[in-house]
Design a protein around this ligand. Structure first.
Ligand SMILES: [Zn+2]
Length: 408
């Protein structure tokens, strides 16, 4: 298990003990199995403090001792691993035609992945009812497994401000929605924090924690849904910008004379390399019924495999436009890796050659600044998984669940 390379520093927190608990927990997450002496040697905390902190984490059932011992000079050391069996983190993703829910344990092991249908154009209150229904089922399942829910984070395709208000989700038709507050009411104040974030941001967190390039300090995730957005991780941290609106790469204009975008402008990346342009050869995302997209993509893949010239030309053109967008990211941010998600994943074998060629032409730094462009390996629910990752990040940053009573 790998987490971000930057973490809480003791000076960041008034509560030194809570901070030190988080430091020890992160160490165990990243280095388990490890001993108390390993923790002391690496963190600089003294051994007595480490013993006390570990006892607290064992009380909270966040860490447990294994029967294993490490052979050392002198007496053997008992090894520690993450426990977290009584806990769960929940992530939910709202998409234009479905809602996904993922629950993981503290170590990030997936406990469940559920989906239910959803209609873009539903009002916010209908959306809250749909999300509330699936979350209630997840909470009930977790209760049956005797797990305490640590938190919920909800991914929304749109602009979400730093307070978690959905300012604008054009493909859902939502504006200025206090989704977190409404969900808390729908769930009757469930006693755990509810966070709301942009889908690309949360998918980037999922890649950083669980993806094939987990641990990358500089990573950009590009959603390939009806819209195209970027989740940006720099120096190990998600970068949301001043108000939380960073990453709208889909509306960077590539061609002022280009095709109209549903945002009202022309020649946006989304209009030239979004899934609508791939499927129609022209930007018409609003005209594609979400339920048809998967079927149409399978047809595009079949035609591409068969060498259909028109299909290959369309994919190549979309790949070139996508490559121009990725080149802007590479020149501006110099990421180690750009991960293509969503519907880009099945099309990646035909998009990536053109993307790489554009990077070679357009990025000033030699070898495109070392930027690799890859398809996500996390599957379709990356943003939901990222919601769970965000909850786990909160725990790693010091928001620990309360101590559990000792079993006599
Ligand atoms: Zn646009």
């Amino acid at each position: 298990m790998i987490t971000s390379t930057t973490g809480p520093q003791p000076a960041d927190f008034a509560d030194v003990r809570a901070t030190n608990l988080a430091v020890v927990l992160r160490f165990v997450r990243e280095h388990a199995p490890c001993s108390r002496a390993d923790i002391a040697a690496t963190t600089g905390l003294n051994k007595a403090t480490v013993s006390s902190l570990v006892a607290d984490l064992i009380d909270r059932r966040l860490v447990r001792e294994t029967g294993l011992t490490e052979n050392r000079v002198g007496r053997p050391a008992t090894m520690l691993v993450l426990d977290g069996s009584p806990y769960a983190a929940i992530g939910v993703e709202i998409n234009v035609d479905h809602v996904s829910a993922v629950a993981t344990d503290l170590a990030g092991e997936r406990l469940l992945t559920w989906r239910r249908s959803f209609s873009a154009g539903d009002s916010v209150s209908q959306g809250v009812a749909s999300v509330g229904a699936i979350v209630r089922r997840v909470i009930n399942r977790m209760a049956k497994e005797e797990r305490q829910v640590l938190g919920l984070a909800v991914a929304v395709p749109g602009l979400v401000d730093v307070q978690g208000t959905v300012r604008l989700a054009p493909n859902l038709g939502w504006r200025d929605a206090d989704l977190g507050g409404d969900l808390a009411k729908a769930l009757r104040d469930p006693g755990f924090p509810i966070q709301v974030d942009n889908d690309a941001n949360l998918a980037a967190l999922a890649e950083q924690r669980f993806g094939a390039h987990a641990g990358a300090a500089d990573l950009v995730y590009l959603t390939g849904e009806i819209g195209v957005g970027a989740g940006i991780i720099l120096d190990g941290r998600l970068r949301r910008g001043g108000l939380g609106y960073s990453g709208e790469i889909g509306h960077v204009q590539l061609d002022p004379d280009g095709p109209p975008c549903h945002c009202g402008r022309r020649g946006c990346l989304e209009a030239m390399a979004g899934i609508g342009s791939v499927l129609r050869g022209a930007p018409a995302p609003a005209e594609i019924h979400p339920a048809e997209i998967q079927i149409e993509i399978e047809e595009v893949v079949r035609l591409a495999r068969a060498g259909d010239a028109g299909t290959l030309a369309t994919l190549s053109a979309a790949g070139r436009s996508l490559g121009r967008g990725v080149s802007i990211l590479a020149n501006l941010l110099d990421p180690e890796v750009v991960v293509l998600g969503g519907y880009y994943v099945p099309l990646a074998p035909w998009l990536l050659p053109a993307v790489h060629a554009e990077l070679g032409h357009r990025v000033l730094a030699p070898d495109a600044g070392g930027c690799r462009v890859v398809a996500s390996t996390l599957g379709q629910d990356a943003a939901a998984l990222g919601g769970a990752a965000r909850v786990l990040d909160s725990v790693d940053s010091g928001r620990l669940p309360g101590g559990l009573s000792r079993i006599p």
